[in-house]
Design a protein around this ligand. Structure first.
Ligand SMILES: Cc1cc2nc3c(=O)[nH]c(=O)nc-3n(C[C@H](O)[C@H](O)[C@H](O)COP(=O)(O)OP(=O)(O)OC[C@H]3O[C@@H](n4cnc5c(N)ncnc54)[C@H](O)[C@@H]3O)c2cc1C
Ligand SMILES: NC(=O)c1ccc[n+]([C@@H]2O[C@H](COP(=O)([O-])OP(=O)(O)OC[C@H]3O[C@@H](n4cnc5c(N)ncnc54)[C@H](O)[C@@H]3O)[C@@H](O)[C@H]2O)c1
Length: 456
């Protein structure tokens, strides 16, 4: 028996849950299908629990900075507080009943299982089949991209999921990948007493960011005792009762109790039945237009679309897809000012293009930067004041096309920069603004002064 409905949403992570809930509230008959937990990666294994871990490790970091400023302080890190908080407050011990009830309370119909498109407008979950006259929304997210390193497959390596669920920090940990996941978790575990080694294949940590950002984080992590290998490739992994041995291309062998693989994430397009819509399932991402349409009657949102694997991008796209499905007007998707924050200490906030990306795009750029430690607030802050602001101006238009804020509250300083890049505020306007004294965001004014050359 095939049931007729308006829309089927495949995957109820942050993006799919938002679309399905909003469409149900608008009065459509909506089926939401989820193979795992409603809410997806962010609340159960991603943003929320990792930021709880970071909140705790941040207190440890600040306590260790106290001596030079406020007096001797000591702290005995207790992981059980973090582990219990993740279970009690973030994940309900990985139970999504509240989220399922919330969706059903909006009038949605929930189906647990793995969905597959079996024809245009048709979705099957085992022997349940739905015909969606209004269309299908794919919001299936990503899975960890595990590199094909000899010996790795079949070992009990961690991804973010095991790292979040662990009830005690390991004695020692090798982190493969110096991106957002790798560095956030490396600093957390190091501050809780784990001996951590990071292995990053690129020349800098956080290679998607400005090199200065990665270098600043590298210095701070190294000072905190994290061993860092950049430009290093793992050539082999083995595991026995004693733990992991990871061999690098320079012959070094790293020994650790645990191995965290944090080498990126990728959409899984196979097995969804997307061929029914002529989609190339070997492509790296599910391509969508500015209305989030992947084909006639098929929408896709969130990480699967490859426009930035962030909760705020999934939510932003959800809003546009909902409007389009409901036939409402509104602005099309634009990605010229996607903000992103890596919540290390110091935080790395950035928006838009890096200097290299702007030059590669053929823009004529001016670059200005300032060091947090040279600002009044950074000097007052003292320990833990490593950071910078870097601005990328397109001189042709006299606007910022990219910016980075590294430092204490770098992700909050980013707010002002995101407005400037998003709204294309002229640089000459930014220079006439008044910046409150003594804030970290006054570093923006210093960096504007550093932009060399005449104003347009
Ligand atoms: C450790 C970590 C930390 C992060 N921290 C941040 C952060 O601080 N800030 C931020 O903005 N982002 C962060 N992210 C990224 C954020 O979690 C993702 O961008 C977000 O979850 C994407 O939402 P989504 O709905 O696209 O996909 P997901 O949340 O991945 O949800 C997709 C859902 O689809 C389901 N699914 C897949 N295939 C099927 C199928 N065939 N049938 C039914 N269901 C299916 C999956 O089970 C899953 O629940 C972090 C990610 C990780 C891993
Ligand atoms: N604060 C946040 O917003 C936040 C936090 C965590 C994750 N995320 C999202 O999740 C996504 C995935 O995170 P991630 O850290 O896994 O990916 P990432 O792409 O940010 O970083 C992966 C890193 O691994 C390196 N790498 C790849 N293969 C390697 C190998 N074989 N050996 C050594 N290094 C290797 C890459 O050069 C890169 O630096 C991020 O891109 C981000 O969008 C966001």
């Amino acid at each position: 028996m095939t049931e007729q409905v308006d829309v089927v949403v495949i995957g109820l992570g942050v993006g799919g849950e938002e679309v399905a809930g909003k469409l149900a509230e608008a009065g459509l008959s909506v089926v939401g299908v989820e193979a795992g937990l409603v809410g997806g990666e962010c609340p159960y294994w991603g943003c929320v629990p990792t930021k709880m871990m970071i909140r705790a490790s941040g207190i440890i970091g600040e306590t260790r900075r106290a001596a030079a400023i406020a007096g001797e302080a000591s702290i005995r890190p207790d992981w059980s507080l973090v582990s219990q908080r993740i279970r009690a407050e973030a994940t309900d011990s990985w139970n999504d009943k509240v989220a399922v009830d919330r969706f059903e309370g909006k009038g949605g119909r929930f189906v647990r299982g793995r969905a597959r498109i079996t024809g245009r407008g048709q979705v099957a979950i085992e022997d349940q089949v739905f015909s969606a006259r209004g269309g299908i929304v794919v919001a299936t997210g990503t899975v960890p991209a595990v590199p094909p390193i000899s010996g790795l497959a079949g070992t009990p390596y961690w991804t973010n999921r095991e790292a979040v669920a662990t009830e005690q920090p390991p004695q020692s940990l090798v982190v493969l990948g110096g991106g957002a996941i790798g560095l956030e978790l490396a600093q957390v575990f190091a501050r809780f007493g784990t001996e951590v080694t990071v292995v990053e294949a690129a020349r800098h940590l956080l290679p998607a960011e400005e090199p200065e950002a990665g270098e600043t984080v590298r210095t701070v992590l190294a000072d905190e005792g994290v061993a860092i290998h950049v430009g290093a490739t793992a050539t082999g992994v083995s595991h026995d009762a004693a733990g992991f041995a990871v061999t690098l291309d320079d012959g070094t062998t790293l020994i650790a109790e645990r191995l965290l693989v944090a080498t990126g994430r990728r959409p899984e397009l196979h097995g969804l039945g997307l061929e029914e819509y002529g989609v190339d399932v070997d492509a790296p991402v599910l391509d969508v237009d500015e209305r989030l349409r992947a084909a006639e009657g098929l929408w896709a949102i969130g990480d699967v679309t490859g426009h930035g694997a962030f909760t705020h991008v999934a939510m932003y796209q959800a809003g546009i897809a909902v409007r389009d499905i409901l036939g409402q007007d509104g602005p099309a998707a634009s990605y010229h000012a996607v903000p992103r924050v890596t919540f290390t200490d110091p935080e790395v906030g950035s928006v838009g293009l890096t200097e290299a990306q702007a030059r590669d795009a053929g823009l004529t750029v001016r670059v200005g930067s300032s060091q947090t430690s040279s600002s009044a607030r950074g000097w007052i802050h003292k320990s833990g004041n490593e950071g910078l602001v870097k601005l990328i101006e397109d001189t042709g238009r006299g606007v910022l096309v990219g910016a980075t804020a590294v430092g204490p509250h770098g992700g909050e300083v980013l707010g002002a920069l995101a407005v400037a890049v998003h709204a294309r505020v002229p640089v000459r306007e930014l220079r006439q603004m008044i910046y409150a004294y003594p804030t970290f965001h006054r570093g923006i004014e210093d960096a504007l002064r550093d932009l060399q050359g005449p104003d347009v």
